[in-house]
Each structure stands twice: as structure tokens, then as C-alpha cells.
Design a protein around this ligand. Sequence first.
Ligand code: DP6
Length: 402
Amino acid sequence: MLSLVTCTAPVNIATIKYWGKRDEKLILPLNDSLSGTLHQDDLKTTTTAMASESFTEDALWLNGKKEDINTTRYQNVLKTIRSRATKLMDKKHCVHICSVNNFPTAAGLASSASGYACLVYVLAQLYGVEGDVSAIARIGSGSACRSVYGGFVKWVMGEHADGSDSLAVQVAPETHWPEMNIIVLVVNDKKKETSSTNGMQLSAQTSPMMKERCATIVPQRMKDIEAAIQARDFQTFGDITMKDSDDFHAVCATTQPPIHYLNETSRYIIDLVHKFNTAAGSIKCAYTFDAGPNACIYLPADNVIEVLALFVKHFPTSDLAAYYRGDAANVEKIANYQPPTNTQSLYSTPSAATQELAGSLKYILHTKIGPGPCVLSESESLIDPSTGLPKVVAADPSAINN
Ligand code: DP6
């Protein structure tokens, strides 16, 4: 029997942010959180895991480079998977794992969520782990538990000290709200950020905003946003999403020492979205920012062209076809877009502020809500079964052209 499995897993972008742990080791959060799962056509991690009696040690390759598998988080994941195994239990099999992202790590898009979700999902197939695996993904990286499902997913914080009830639950599948699109504005930034893990620990210890956020603000927002998703009510969804992003960054700013994930470009985008929504008379699009300056914009399909045209106007490019990474058929529509009178002034000649920010976006990625992890066929394996080592795969041109 060949013990080799390959899976893919998606990235997720939280609309209600997870920020702060009540247990650092088990990765138990201080609040519930909720996210949209992004489509794997555009962003995904692919991972192959192979078990063999001939392997002398567990080994891991990430994006072609051998990594240390002996970190606490990898070891906790492996130990938990093996303790729940219904296959490969009789002998001491070691495992080789090979994982790649189809998006450039240099883009600063969070890869830990899709990475750990994929690792856990593939190992669960290999070892025959039954039932929910989100709690195992959680001990790799908190936000990874939400990448175990497609559509809209909540991470219920749970109450038990052992974390047994701190799980991801699907709120709605990807088919429920197919009009929901996401635009990622990838911001050029060289600054090394405070990691989420360190940042949230500092915030939990020092930000005076944390208590109320966890006790009352997030529980109410969770109820409201879940209802908005069920009703496909974008006005409420967008309003809550932006407020929670703003509050999360205010928590960071009131942390000691203060943490600043947003930069000048991020703040410009926040102001622009508000001006645009006000001029339009409704919430056309909603931003959210994680632990970095990139903007994720949630928006209904009907608003995609006008919103893309707006961003392209404010962050111009000489090569739209390379700058905009989405449906090629949209390029011409974006270039030729004629705004209605109410929002027209926002599309006029770039201001001095815009000129100062010229070149501050790397590119614009356009995707939608998508499904959860998938199992691929043996032919798509990243490991050569005859050697147990990573296959030499031709570099993905989109992954180096960043
Ligand atoms: C801002 O899941 O990366 O993206 O559990 O320590 O690995 P660890 O942290 P991580 O934190 C993600 C924080 C966030 C918000 C979110 O995704 O909910």
C-alpha cells in the first residue's frame, strides 16, 4: 500500500478578528472570530505527506526549502494526529512533508493559516484521523482552524480548559453567497512587522480596550454578522467588518509598546473607502486589515468594476494587465469605466496625496469566497514516491513575478 496523500487548503480573511489567547500552549482564544474562506483558484497551499518505514526521521520542505520540523507547533500537530490515528498505527512510520504556496510569500499574505490547515488536513487523511480536525489545525496556528472549511466560518472560542470545544464551525457554505468577492490590495512594505503571536500577547497584557472587546463588543458583532451572512445583507456585513478591523487596530495602537500594522497607504485606502461609500450613499465595499498593511476588500460582484476602477485611479499603473490579477476580461472594463455623477469627483485627476503614494501598491488580487480543503490525485503529488523526496517542479512564474 502506498502511503502518500496530497491536499490543498485555502487562505481565510477574518471579518471579526481573533486577537489574544487565554492559553498560549493550546492556542485558545479570548474571543470568537469569523472569516471568509478565499477561493483556492487564486490562493492556496498544496501539501503532500508520505509515510514510510524506510524514512529515518520526520522531515518538512516549505516552498522548496528544508525546514526545521522540531518546532513546538509542528511537534504538537504531529503528536495529536498520531494519537488520533486509525491507520499507520502498528509500526513507527516517519513522515516526509512537502508544501508549496501558489502565492508569493513576499506578498506578505498570511500563509500560516492555509499552511497549517493543509498540513493537518493531509496528515489526517494519511493517518486516518476521523471527525473534526479544526482543533488540530488550531494548535498549529489559531486562525488556521477556520481554513478547514469553505464559505463563512466561525471559530467558537469554547470554555473547556483542554480546548476540546474550541472549534471551527461553518456558518454558511461557499454556495450560500456566491456574489461575495474579495479584492486584496497588496501594499509595498519593507518593514518587519511584529508577529501576530507576539502582538496579541502584548495586547492581551496591556491594551485597556481588550476587556470590553472580548466581553461585549465581539459577542454582539458575532450575532449580528452571522445574521447578516444568513440574510446576505451586505450593508450590515460591511459595516461590522470595517468596525472590527478599526477596533482591532485601535487595540494594537493602545498596546504597550504600541503596535502599528497599518502604514500611510493603508490609511489612505481606509479614507478612500469611506469617502466612496458616503458619496455612493451605501456601503459598496468594506475593508479589513490583518497584522500588516495589505487591505482586503469585501464587496458584492455588482460593485467590482467601479471599485477596481477607483483603486486603479488612485494607485495608477502603466501595465494594468499585470497589475490586476483577476479575470482578464475585466481589464478593459476597468480601464473604460465611467462613474455616475455622485461618485465622479473621486475618479478625477489624482491629487498630490495620490502622487506621493505612487507605486505603493504591488498589485491587486481579485478572488471570491471558495470551498474548503481538497484531496488531490496521486499524480499531483509534490513528493516522488520512488525516492520519498520533493519532486523538482518547474517554478511557477506567477510566484516569482512579485
Ligand atoms: C490578525 O493565527 O497568526 O490575522 O494563533 O499565534 O498563530 P497564532 O496567530 P495567528 O493570528 C491571526 C491574527 C489575525 C486575525 C485573524 O485571522 O482572526
